[in-house]
Design a protein around this ligand. Structure first.
Ligand code: ASP
Length: 439
């Protein structure tokens, strides 16, 4: 879709020697340390309460709002463009269909692993009720979007509500429960677009591509404020809840890392061994450079040139397959991201003690798979999508502020999986087309 850079990987402006992600990390540490100290010293006093409500939380919120503000244009442009790319895949016939089938299979398994781990480990459970109530009260002061989970609906009503009567109204109410309807609107437009003569819709595609680039730029600019924003948000959360919240956060990070490791070393290995009939050890060894690039750039798009070269030269994947599958995969096949999104949504649901029914969890699974289409392969590309997902299942999207500080680390790790997943799909397609990989 694009090669633009957004998120915490926005280029460090000249004159600043410390990379942005290091600044964000330092912001997180200082916010957390000051917050815990304030909690120990002034916890429960009116002064600290007022400081959080009137200074630290609003400062953090400015940063979050800059990202919220572009969620709707991002979803619209990214999903429509993503579906248009899928239209191309369909045109490519058998290889396209096989790519989609393997992508869908791998994404489903990854979200399944994530959701299962989050349910078993329950990393977000155990926030003391008083701290949670205080946190929600602070959030409610500024956020029209914080709300109770939507009242249960009948199956028919859920289905009807997916189709917006008025898409503009759905966009207005997106943060009050209509986000899914906006996604469906984008999906329908995207599908229709692929059936119209390409020349007739070219201007619209160009326009959407431009909108998409601009939105990514806004996110990249917002990320410049991230060090201060993350410090202010973490200060607010830890000052209210003390060390407890940091323990939950550590458990959350471990849960995501465990999920990523399971998917990387079990799912991919099994597929390589039994479908591709290729040694997983050899595969990972040959992919070392790709994994290192993905880890250090946190961007599937930025890793693409390396991925293409290694896939062809080291693994012997034919250029015709590598070019198509890997390029498509760098924006559509985001296994690591899907797994992380599933865990993040459930973590925050547990954190805020919001009970997600089986239906709610199925929504999380489906949306995590679907959001692969809308996720840009750039650092932090999935964050706006996570916010949209949170809104859809009735979790305060501001909750993302709690995990923002640790996001860069998880981004580096999930990008490794995103890229490895692309090459695994390319290897599966290669094998299913009757080619053998380089021994
Ligand atoms: N950084 C990821 C990628 O480029 C996307 C994300 O999960 O934010 O693949």
């Amino acid at each position: 879709m694009t090669q633009a850079h957004a998120g915490s990987g926005a280029p460090t402006p000249p004159g600043r020697s410390v990379p942005l992600h290091t600044q964000i990390f330092l912001g997180m540490i200082s916010g957390a340390v000051l917050g815990v100290a304030a909690n120990l010293r002034f916890g429960g006093t009116a002064g600290l309460d007022s400081f959080i409500k009137n200074v630290s939380y609003p400062v953090g919120l400015i940063f979050l709002r800059l990202i919220f503000m572009v969620v709707i244009p991002l979803i619209l442009s990214a999903i429509i463009l993503g579906v248009a790319e899928l239209g191309d895949a369909r045109r490519l016939g058998r290889i396209g269909l096989r790519t989609l089938a393997f992508t869908l299979f791998l994404s489903s398994v990854s979200v399944f692993i994530g959701v299962t781990l989050a349910n078993v480990i329950r990393p977000g459970a155990g926030m003391p009720e008083a701290s949670r109530a205080e946190l929600l009260e602070v959030m409610k002061k500024y956020a029209g979007s914080v709300k109770q989970p939507p009242p249960p609906k009948t199956g028919l009503q859920i289905l009807l509500d997916l189709i917006p009567e008025n898409p503009v109204e759905a966009m207005v109410n997106a943060f009050r429960g209509d986000m899914l309807a906006v996604m469906v609107f984008a999906l329908v437009l995207g599908i229709a677009l692929t059936t119209v003569d390409r020349r007739a819709v070219e201007p619209l595609l160009l326009w959407l591509q431009a909108l998409y680039e601009v939105v990514l730029k806004v996110i990249a600019l917002a990320m410049r404020l991230a060090p201060v924003g993350v410090a202010a948000l973490l200060f607010s959360v830890t000052a209210l809840s003390g060390l407890r919240v940091l323990k939950l956060l550590a458990l959350y990070v471990l849960t995501v890392l465990l999920g990523l490791a399971l998917h990387q070393f079990c799912t991919y290995s099994l597929l390589l061994k039994y479908v591709v009939r290729y040694s997983p050890q050899l595969f990972f060894r040959r992919l070392r450079e790709v994994m290192l690039t993905a880890f250090s750039t946190s961007s599937s798009n930025a890793t693409l040139p390396t991925t293409l070269r290694v896939a062809e030269q080291e693994l012997g994947i034919p250029r015709s397959i590598a070019g198509f599958v890997l390029t498509l995969g760098s924006t559509l096949n985001q296994n690591g991201t899907a797994l992380y999104e599933g865990i993040t949504v459930l973590f925050l649901a547990q954190f805020f003690d919001i009970h997600l029914t089986v239906g709610g969890q199925i929504t999380v699974v489906l949306l995590s798979i679907l959001s692969g289409i809308g996720t840009a392969g750039v650092p932090g590309g999935s964050l706006p999508l996570v916010m949209a997902l949170l809104v859809t299942v009735g979790i305060p999207p501001e909750g993302i502020g709690i995990i923002f500080g640790v996001d860069r680390l998880l981004d580096m790790c999930r990008t490794v999986l995103n890229v490895t997943g692309d090459v695994t799909v390319a290897a599966c397609v290669t094998r299913s087309e009757g080619h053998i990989l380089k021994p």
